[in-house]
Design a protein around this ligand. Structure first.
Ligand code: FAD
Length: 276
């Protein structure tokens, strides 16, 4: 069976941005994605824009999953949104803890961790939603230890999540090791690697540092060297990410989830190279 692909968007700030996103989506539709997903700003900062984007993106007739994060939100606010998505016929949610801006801690959060959110969604909507949760083959930056983090992933599955989507990474072996550790704990839920195409040096390094994704030294050094030669950098990025995906699929990854950054070309090139 051919592996499935899915595409993640962030909610644009303007109507014009949303129109552009729909043009991008039209191009990605050629790859027959399993679903699209739309991110959610922690503390509900993109609440309305995520809703509007989800409603627009789903018009193409493909499953569209809102992300939902619990930090900085009251239980009541979360239940209201879960009910609203259910009533609108949404059938998949990416359930997360989220990150509040530094200094805000968890003060306003009634739910502390993503497994609390998974439990809440199951409590108020039963089996209605397919629930995706985040996984970290290179360990979440705040985790006490690697094995603790894997136990926490298991906790989310035990709470009722159906599957995982990983943070992006460029070390295929980290995914293999993560999956082995899950197997040892009896977790059989599918975990789809999150794929971040490489199109820019500075953005990738900055973002990776903040979310705990490792950009291996040889990739970092090569990107640094090519940072002022956009075409060569993109070619190199395409090759690196294509090889990574080939390796992940050979290792048995059930699909690939692309962090599109609301762009089509770099994602499509990799998927074309893979013959998907
Ligand atoms: P959790 O699973 O709750 O884990 C958070 C940390 O707490 C981990 O270190 C874990 O080991 C630890 N932990 C969990 N349970 C416990 C416990 N009981 N006791 C002690 N420690 C515990 N962010 C957004 O704001 N919006 C988005 O739309 C968004 N989409 C994402 C999509 C994907 C696929 C991924 C991988 C990440 C996404 N993020 C998003 C980022 C995410 O919100 C952050 O990584 C956040 O820091 C953790 O969220 P989580 O759901 O993984 O949290």
């Amino acid at each position: 069976m051919k592996p499935k692909v899915s595409f993640e968007f962030f909610p644009p700030k303007t109507d014009e941005g949303l129109e552009k996103l729909i043009n991008v989506q039209q191009k990605l539709l050629k790859k027959n994605p399993e679903f699209f997903s739309v991110t959610y700003g922690a503390g509900g900062s993109t609440r309305d824009r995520t809703w509007t984007t989800v409603m627009k993106v789903r018009e193409a007739g493909i499953d569209t999953a809102p992300h939902l994060s619990c930090v900085g939100q009251s239980r009541e606010e979360l239940v209201e949104l879960i009910d609203k998505y259910k009533a609108a016929g949404i059938s998949r949610i990416v359930a997360l803890r989220g990150d509040l801006p530094s200094g805000m801690g968890h003060a306003r959060s009634e739910l502390r961790y993503a497994d609390d959110l998974v439990r809440l969604i199951r409590e108020v909507s039963g089996d209605h939603f397919h629930l995706e949760v985040a996984a970290y083959p290179e360990m979440h930056p705040q985790a006490r230890s690697f094995s603790d983090d894997i136990d926490h992933f298991k906790r989310k599955i035990d709470a009722g999540a159906n599957s995982g989507v990983t943070q992006y990474f460029y070390n295929a072996e980290a995914y293999g090791f993560f999956m082995e550790q899950l197997e040892k704990r009896g977790v059989t839920a599918p975990v789809v690697p999150g794929i971040m195409p490489i199109t820019n040096y500075a953005n990738l390094v900055r973002f990776s540092d903040s979310c705990g994704a490792d950009v291996p030294r040889w990739i970092r050094k090569r990107l640094e060297e090519l940072q002022h030669d956009e075409a060569s950098l993109k070619d190199f990025g395409e090759e690196v990410v294509t090889r990574l995906c080939e390796r992940l699929l050979a290792m048995g990854a059930p699909g690939l989830h692309f962090y599109t950054m609301n762009q089509a070309v770099a994602n499509l090139k990799v998927i074309d190279n893979l013959g998907l």
